[in-house]
Design a protein around this ligand. Structure first.
Ligand code: SDX
Length: 430
């Protein structure tokens, strides 16, 4: 028996079906609201709205649960060698790859790791200090110019090629933009290196000196990318779905995701956290003053890396990253004072009523910067690394929407608050 929600509009009784998700979560199906009432629902930031059904990622914000295709994210990180490429396959194709599928996927990633020389040449025409996220978003669209063969994904072979091309080349684009910003020669991908090792090689090797990749650092980067791989209908994923719903290709849709992720309230927060910690470290402000400023409504400052639209408990990724920071810094025998500052900020906030009442906890961005810093990634590349990790999630969500026979273009409505009808006044009379 389908459960229904009853809506009374004046003396009109409207019945709306209640649908239930795989984990028992319920939603009122509003798709007939306009037809039945002539009214739309009003939910400005969509905080009360499910925009789709999805089988990719499940989050329970109250319990601090995050699962990729049903597998708790913690399980990928307790493996002896966390494997981002395997998780990318799981998210995109819906199941863990067999040995053969993983080998073929790796082969495809190697086949597609080189940038088209025209794309490489474009870096010379971009200012050395250009924002890396602007370069990434633009270059994903540039890939669409040189790989028109990937713009149509009519079958699984074409889909796999497009997926491999994007996931492989996003690393090369990121590394080349970093090398350009440093005035360093480009280091081409090495077909003998695994995904994360190859990225570090392209970022940090020199023509006369190969970057030495330690297992600890390679594992830390795998872990980081896994933890960022998908997060259901967050802002940038919703941007990917919205652009993709118009029939736009995968490259254009992911470029839109990069643009949304750049925002300091979203993926750009990891840069803001690092700058906040460094400001405290340099004595510009105390952790206590930071927390006071974050609570002060007359002050636009927010405690970056804290709070989340869904998590009203610890973000499980923040917990894992906090432990990983300790482990990696210990293994590489490096002391980072910023970790202590972050832990002090967390301690102050978690016992402060303002944060407790609003259920504000550390999110994925609070510790990720410290781990990226330990790996040697420069701060202005943090959000680019978030995008590299999130790309499989964007692709998976775009593909899931694209394969939905009932998909429609995403086109929300509005409540109009402008002028009621008025007339044009010629310039002489204004
Ligand atoms: C990501 O959605 C996702 O899944 C995103 C993400 C992913 O993997 O894709 O998890 C990645 O983007 C993580 C979030 C990174 N952003 C930050 O760390 C920026 C700082 N945090 C906030 O700006 C905020 O918490 C958001 C943007 C994350 C969430 O914003 P909401 O849900 O719109 O919450 P809100 O702004 O309505 O806040 C509710 C209250 C407000 O106070 P009151 O009006 O009730 O008095 O909490 C306060 C806010 O002022 N608040 C904060 C705060 N976050 C919320 N106050 C101080 N510092 C903060 N960080």
């Amino acid at each position: 028996m389908t459960e229904t929600a009853i809506l009374m509009v004046g003396d009109q009784r409207i019945e709306l079906p209640v649908i239930e998700g795989a984990e028992g979560e319920k939603a009122i199906d509003m798709s007939s609201l306009l037809a039945k009432t002539g009214m739309t629902s009003y939910d400005p930031a969509l905080g009360n709205t499910s925009i789709c059904k999805s089988a990719i990622t499940y989050i329970d914000g109250d319990k601090g649960i995050l699962r990729y295709r049903g597998i708790p994210v913690e399980e990928f990180t307790t493996q002896p060698k966390p494997n981002f490429v395997e998780v990318a396959w799981l998210l995109i194709f819906g199941k863990l790859p067999t040995l053969q599928e993983l080998a073929e996927f790796r082969e495809q990633l190697t086949t597609h790791e080189l940038l088209h020389e025209d794309v490489k040449d474009q870096f010379q025409h971009i200012p050395a200090d250009a924002p890396p996220m602007a370069i990434l978003s633009a270059t994903l669209n540039h890939l669409a110019c040189v790989h028109k063969e990937h713009l149509v994904v009519d079958n699984s072979t074409m889909m796999l090629e497009s997926v491999a091309s994007l996931i492989s080349q996003v690393r090369t684009i990121a590394a080349f933009s970093y090398r350009r910003s440093m005035g360093l020669p480009y280091i081409y991908p090495d077909p003998n290196l695994r995904y994360c090792a190859n990225f570090l090689h392209m970022m940090f090797s020199l023509p006369y000196k190969q970057y030495i990749i330690t297992p600890e650092i390679e594992d830390a980067l795998n872990l980081l990318f896994i933890l960022h791989a998908d997060h259901e209908q967050n802002c940038s994923t919703s941007a990917v779905r919205t652009v993709g719903s118009a029939g736009a290709n995968l490259f254009a849709s992911c470029a839109a995701g990069v643009s949304a992720l750049w925002g300091p309230l979203h993926g750009g927060a990891n840069v803001e956290v690092m700058q906040m910690l460094e400001r405290i470290h340099q004595g510009g402000i105390s952790p206590e003053q930071c927390v006071r400023d974050a609570k002060d409504k007359s002050n636009p400052f927010r405690l970056f890396g804290f709070g989340h639209r869904i998590y009203r408990n610890f973000d499980p990724r923040a917990k894992i990253l906090k432990e990983a920071c300790d482990k990696v810094l210990c293994k590489i025998d490096r002391h980072d004072p910023l970790l202590e500052i972050a832990q002090r900020l967390e301690e102050l906030a978690l016992k402060d009523d303002y944060f407790i009442e609003r259920k504000l906890y550390p999110n994925v961005d609070f510790y990720s910067g410290i781990l990226l810093h330990a790996i040697g990634i420069p701060t202005d590349m943090f959000t680019v690394c978030f995008a590299i990790g999130r790309l499989p999630g964007w692709i998976a969500q775009w593909k899931e929407q694209n394969e939905d026979a009932g998909r429609r273009i995403i086109r929300p409505r509005q409540v109009y608050t402008g002028n009621v009808q008025t007339s044009y006044v010629s310039i002489e009379k204004r």
